[in-house]
Ligand binder design. Sequence first.
Ligand SMILES: CC(C)(COP(=O)(O)OP(=O)(O)OC[C@H]1O[C@@H](n2cnc3c(N)ncnc32)[C@H](O)[C@@H]1OP(=O)(O)O)[C@@H](O)C(=O)NCCC(=O)NCCS
Length: 184
Amino acid sequence: MNEINKEFLKNNEIILERANSDNVDLLIQWTLDPVAQGPYKIVPNVSKDQLKTLFLNNKERHYFLIKDKFNRPIGRFYYREWKFDRDIGKIDWELNIFIANPDERGKGYGTAAQSLVIDYLKRLKETKSIFAYTMTSNIAEQKSLEKCEFKFMGNLPNKYYKIDLDGLNPNDFVLFVIDNFSND
Ligand SMILES: CC(C)(COP(=O)(O)OP(=O)(O)OC[C@H]1O[C@@H](n2cnc3c(N)ncnc32)[C@H](O)[C@@H]1OP(=O)(O)O)[C@@H](O)C(=O)NCCC(=O)NCCS
């Protein structure tokens, strides 16, 4: 695994490149495209300028362009910092991903990207847990999370992971967590 300049992380299958002035327009275009977001995610009601600020300047969310090994852009990834337990002060990281072109889904890229980031976040001293939630009907993402060794936690809402679903029904979502670390 490498960490070099724009190429934040890479393995044999994919490269994660930080959001930057060269790739931000593509990230914005995909984020506003219902096909790229896939059938389980909602296109946000925000402007291109708001997205640009979010992708390039937000301190809690870290955005990346996913590329395949031939350097072709294939998707968007972010991990987001939450501190659900203020007393402990450690971070619970949320993962979020889409592979933009439906033809590129089901080829292992989603699992490769998520496991790469999990390996990275696990090694950070400040990490308390890593979590992801998805729609109950999104089998591909659930299988991918299981392959990345997430624990299935059942439906939302969850007592600890107090996620704001913006009016959506929590029962339509399932939660997955990794929290068995020895990174102290
Ligand atoms: C969810 C997503 C990121 C998964 O990434 P991916 O590259 O397509 O998934 P992978 O190829 O790594 O496959 C992971 C597992 O899911 C299975 N899978 C993939 N697509 C599937 C589908 N449509 N239905 C059922 N299982 C599927 C794979 O077979 C694999 O399991 P296996 O190894 O046991 O066979 C990707 O499909 C995607 O971007 N979907 C649209 C956006 C989205 O739903 N994002 C997550 C929601 S928050």
